[in-house]
Design a protein around this ligand. Structure first.
Ligand code: 4NP
Length: 151
């Protein structure tokens, strides 16, 4: 059975699509299934933000085929690990958990590189292009660790 990993942010158009694309590029996708979702419902069926598409392109990743979807309680059944970008995402996802098994699947993605420090991936939506560069670099490092763990 494939290991299933879900990346979660608020809109599912900026951070989690990048996390999905980056992790897919680092793992054997025959063995690992990677997806992303947003806790909000603002961008369902939309493609990623053009600024995320642009930064991904700079690193030879094409994320344009992704479409926004909202996190739902079934995702606890469908995924083994759920990585959230910030504490707000964490609380939103945890509030839907039905039991401890669900809760234990959820963690901040940057805890992979800064264990226990609860560092957040900042929401770049209202900022400039350089925010997307920083987000990319953070996610790239975290995904290196996740890929190594799942190799
Ligand atoms: P994301 O960024 O959570 O990284 O996809 C956002 C995108 C859209 C909104 C908020 C954050 N929004 O409020 O529409």
């Amino acid at each position: 059975m494939k290991t299933r990993i879900l990346m979660v942010c608020l809109g599912n158009i900026c951070r989690s699509p990048l996390a999905e694309g980056i992790l897919k590029s680092k793992v054997d996708t025959n063995k690992i299934f990677v997806d992303s979702a947003g806790t909000g419902d603002y961008h369902i069926d939309e493609g990623p933000d053009p600024r995320s598409v642009a930064i991904a392109n700079q690193y030879d990743l094409d994320i344009t085929s992704q479409r926004g979807r909202q996190f739902s309680v079934e995702d606890f059944d469908n995924f083994d690990r759920i990585y959230v970008m910030d504490m707000s995402n964490y609380h939103n996802v945890i509030s839907l958990a039905r039991n401890n098994e669900d809760k234990e699947k959820v963690s901040l993605i940057l805890n992979e590189i800064f264990p226990g420090e609860n560092v957040e991936v900042p929401d770049p939506y209202h900022g400039g292009e350089d925010g997307f560069q920083k987000v990319y670099e953070m996610l790239d490092q975290a995904c290196d660790v996740i890929a190594e763990k799942n190799s």
